[in-house]
Design a protein around this ligand. Structure first.
Ligand code: DON
Length: 574
């Protein structure tokens, strides 16, 4: 252990001295070639820590756990130990499994807890503060996955993050900007958060400044040395309990002790001869992705030119219908009987496409009129990373605090941010409206239930061989970002690099609107879509798909960082 800790320390020192080598080994056409394994994340420092774990002989899961803990330090808007997420693991022999470490509703939560006296949703309560968090799952999830597939000791995969927090690291330009916004804005109301993240001399952070996260280092060191129980049953849980009680929050020591992560069978689909492996409920991502691919296969999407009016039209109609099913049927399958088998079946796709016209947009309100009860954008923070090791084991991991910096609450003495994931529940039972609120029973708040997610980590294989590892942040846009990257590689034969760079689109049933990334399509296509009846908006950026792609001819693995995230990096095993 000692030797490895020294090794971790050396790595941390090298990184914090500005050792950011994003350009190394980049092949601008394909990505970072990596025969021995690669980690791709939105944080260059965390990718390097994950890759160092591969170099020391760790598995893809060891590297994923190290990356996840490192991102809790380097990427506090979404990297976390106070949130939750999903991990898919595909081993070299082709078998796959998933780990669900989604947050759970505290025991004292109730279906109407976010409604004000007039019965309207009080969105501030789920945006920030002590009522917003679900019981965090990341630490248990990492321990569960590590117990199944890790080779290095737990301490050795957690400690690099603790050392990075203790010794500090140089903040990037985007982290400096994010922290300055937070400290002067949403965090201001929470003293513990400002104490953790404000620059000690009171001035604004600048790129290159060294940030030291002392309390977070203490927390991570305890987790490294004592394992996940210190978080769920020890002093960390006790501090959460005490501060929640003092500030009107709900999470108790009993909630923390009762939290469990779960290994669940993956969702499997097939599309044009490819095997699609994704996340089951409480994520809606895998079900919706496979539904969309089934519809598109039945409509011969691969025969339509990519980005043609017709291809965009039929993919929009598929997106619309999968999101309607999501609103009707998706929630935590431990609490609600989600008809997964039917939803991802080919006959269901054939029924769904019967209502699709090739020339006219359909109306979302009309299609779902039985659940729409009367006439928002999603926050943009979550993070996805992908890992492949030398054996071919692949990890696709998406985790989140929900909004950027979660609930903005750091429990004093712990150094980590708590999520605001409770907002992903249906907050007003019975009200499903044209602006995108959903009030169907599947995802109504119940104690111990996990809130529905859109996170869509995915792994694609063909004839037993790995093809693609991808996923993204972006709220409900996540499902569509994963779809677009998968379609690029499978239906249209793009390289991973091309598929990640390609323009992305989003339609989520309601609001009935198609968004396309800035400069995504020519004006003529835009006008043609409008003429078909689509309400199309162009602009902005969608998601951040940190991906790994395997060249179909050479079998070479390429890390494909999505540069929509400025600090993204693919780091190879050396
Ligand atoms: O689980 C979900 O679907 C959301 N909480 C994810 C939030 C998100 O992706 C925000 N930003 N990128």
């Amino acid at each position: 252990m000692k030797k490895l800790t020294v090794c971790s320390l050396a790595l941390v020192v090298a990184l914090s001295l500005g050792g950011r080598s994003r350009a190394a080994a980049q092949d601008p056409d394909l990505g970072v070639a990596a025969r021995e394994g690669v980690v791709v994340s939105s944080s260059d420092l965390a990718s390097d820590i994950g890759a160092a774990v591969l170099t020391r002989g760790g598995t893809a899961v060891d590297a994923a756990v190290a990356t996840a803990f490192a991102m809790a330090v380097t990427y506090p808007s979404a990297g976390n130990i106070g949130g939750g997420g999903f991990m898919i693991v595909r081993t070299a022999d082709g078998s796959a499994t998933t780990f669900d470490y989604r947050e759970k509703a505290p025991g004292k939560s109730t279906p109407g807890m976010y409604l004000d006296a007039k019965g309207d949703i009080d969105r501030e309560l789920t945006r920030a503060g002590y009522l917003a968090p679900g019981v965090p799952g990341t630490v248990r999830g990492m321990a569960l996955a590590h117990g199944r597939f890790g080779k290095l000791p737990w301490k050795d995969v957690v400690m690099p993050a603790a050392l990075l927090a203790r010794d500090g690291f140089a903040v990037s330009e985007s982290l400096a900007a994010g922290l300055n916004r937070e400290v002067a804005g949403s965090m201001k109301a929470f003293k513990g958060s400002v104490a953790a993240y404000a620059k000690p001399d009171g001035t604004a952070w600048k790129a290159g400044d060294r940030i030291v996260l002392g309390d977070l280092a203490k927390t991570l060191t305890a987790i490294a040395n004592e394992g996940p129980d210190v978080f769920y049953r020890g002093w960390i849980a006790a501090l959460i309990d005490k501060n929640m009680a003092a500030n009107g929050g709900l999470i108790t020591m009993a909630d923390m002790a009762a939290y469990e992560a779960k290994e669940r069978p993956a969702i499997h689909g097939s599309f044009l001869g490819y095997n699609i492996i994704s996340m089951p409920p409480p994520s809606s991502g895998g079900v919706a992705l496979v539904e969309m691919l089934n519809m598109l296969e039945a409509m011969d999407i691969q025969k339509l030119p990519r980005l043609s009016t017709e291809a965009i039209h039929v993919t929009t109609e598929a997106r619309r219908r999968a999101f309607l099913d999501r609103a009707r049927f998706l929630g935590d399958s431990d609490f609600f009987n989600v008809p997964v088998g039917n939803l991802i079946s080919k006959p269901h796709a054939r029924e769904q496409i019967a209502s699709i016209s090739r020339t006219m947009a359909s109306s979302s309100a009309e299609l779902g009129k039985d659940i729409v009860t009367m006439p928002l954008p999603e926050p943009e923070e979550t993070t996805h990373f992908s890992v492949v090791d030398r054996s071919g084991m692949a990890v696709s991991n998406t985790y989140t605090l929900e909004g950027g910096f979660g609930s903005h609450v750091v429990i004093p003495g712990t150094g980590f941010l708590l999520n605001n994931e409770m907002g992903d529940f249906n907050k007003k039972p019975g009200t499903t409206n044209l602006t995108g609120d959903i009030g169907t029973p599947a995802n109504v708040i119940e104690p111990g239930k996990r809130m529905l997610s859109s996170m869509t980590p995915v792994i694609v294989a063909r004839a037993g061989k790995l093809v693609l590892v991808t996923g993204s942040p972006g709220g409900r846009t996540i499902i569509n970002t994963s779809l677009d990257v998968v379609l690029g590689v499978t239906a249209w034969g793009l390289t991973g690099r091309e598929a990640v760079d390609a323009p992305r689109m989003h339609h989520q049933w309601l609001p009935d609107r198609l968004s396309i990334e800035a400069d995504g399509i020519p004006d003529a296509t835009l006008e043609a879509l409008k003429a078909m009846g689509h309400d199309v908006r162009m602009g902005g950026r969608q998601g951040s798909a940190q991906s790994i792609w395997v060249h179909p001819n050479t079998g070479l693995i390429y890390g494909v960082p999505d540069m929509r995230s400025p600090d993204a990096k693919a780091s190879r095993k050396e």
